[in-house]
Ligand binder design. Structure first.
Ligand code: SD4
Length: 328
């Protein structure tokens, strides 16, 4: 194991973050995925940090009945989680040492909003919602998104890295090589999809993107159809992992369209992974990506390229962490 790899591994273990299996024991008793179950209402989120996010989303849904409030408030928990190195301003920065954020939100009626490459905003998901609700546009990026945030009264936050992010950035700078390490550096984006009691759907997705990415790089998370897609007629899907590979297959849109054609959420996620692998076969051993989907009947599914992906599920029976199946 290279020094950098072992450094990352040690750092992440010591912060009880995320090694496949490690998380699971630390946070909950995972169950194996079972297909064919149906729940309504149902909230699903990527990774183990989806557990507290789902709890919050469920609470909001039960109190207000508003599904968009639920998916926004739910992922805001993760945006503030100081242990999370892939979401929010405490996430790992780009190569220049600057944290830049991507987020999207979508309703099943086709309304959607997103922000990309935005700086100094604590809750990019709320800014994405404002793009959806208060502009004629779908996506604002970079300085324009930041100016919109200022105009809407969002406080501008400091860009000083969190101690953990600073330590990892300084370590990365020693070699300045970009090679994603699956399930570690690029782990942790939260994508949430929710089915309300009335059969309507909504979703949200928020991330600081790939660690040590090029300045200006935008991933799949703010791209409607890649990191998130929701359609009340069919279902919803979200993605996590190496965004470039997800964008190439329009992953979330693909899954919703496959469900429209009759596939179950599980079958649709598996087909998306098959296509992703087909388009990235040369270096697939270094690529992790995972998909999570629900259909309008409350059936759900998940699938990843490699083991290690899990997701949080919340229904009237409570919250559970579930291990996803994977291709390899
Ligand atoms: C990205 N998809 O920016 C995000 C990263 C991610 O879990 O999902 N991390 O490519």
């Amino acid at each position: 194991m290279s020094n950098r790899r072992s450094f990352l591994k040690k750092t992440l273990v010591s912060t009880s973050l995320l090694l496949p299996g490690g998380i699971i024991q630390a946070c909950a008793n995972p169950v194996q995925e079972s297909t064919g179950e149906k729940f309504k209402p149902l909230i699903l989120s990527t990774w183990n940090h989806g557990m507290p996010a789902n709890d919050r989303a469920w609470e909001v849904l039960m109190k207000s009945g508003n599904l968009v409030d639920a998916v926004e408030e739910g992922v805001k928990v993760t945006e503030l989680d100081m242990d999370n190195l892939s979401v929010g301003l405490q996430g790992l920065p780009d190569r220049e040492g600057i944290p830049t954020l991507d987020a999207s939100i979508m309703k099943g009626d086709g309304s959607c909003g997103s922000v990309a490459f935005v700086r100094q905003v604590k809750h990019p998901i709320s800014l994405a919602r404002m793009v959806m609700e208060e502009t004629p546009h779908v996506m604002l990026a970079g300085e324009g998104a930041r100016q919109f945030a200022i105009a809407k009264g969002f406080p501008m936050e400091s860009e000083t890295l969190s101690p953990k992010a600073e330590e990892m950035y300084q370590e990365w700078k020693k070699e300045s090589k970009y090679k994603p390490i699956i399930n570690i550096e690029n782990h942790d984006t939260i994508g949430m999809v929710a089915l309300g009691p009335d059969g309507k759907l909504a979703g949200s997705c928020t991330t600081s993107g790939l660690a040590f990415k090029m300045h200006g790089r935008v991933g799949d998370s703010p791209i409607i159809g890649a990191g998130l897609y929701v359609d009340d007629e069919v279902g919803a899907a979200t993605a996590t992992g190496l965004g470039e590979t997800i964008i190439r297959i329009c992953g979330s849109f693909l899954i919703v369209e496959l469900m429209r054609q009759g596939r179950t959420p599980q079958e649709a996620c598996e087909e998306a992974v098959r296509r992703l692998i087909a388009k990235n076969s040369a270096n697939i051993k270094d690529i992790q990506a995972g998909f999570l989907a629900v259909n309008k009947d409350g059936e759900y599914g998940a699938y990843a390229v490699h083991p290690g992906f899990n997701f949080a599920r919340h229904h009237s029976g409570g919250g559970t962490l579930v291990d996803s199946k994977s291709k390899f």
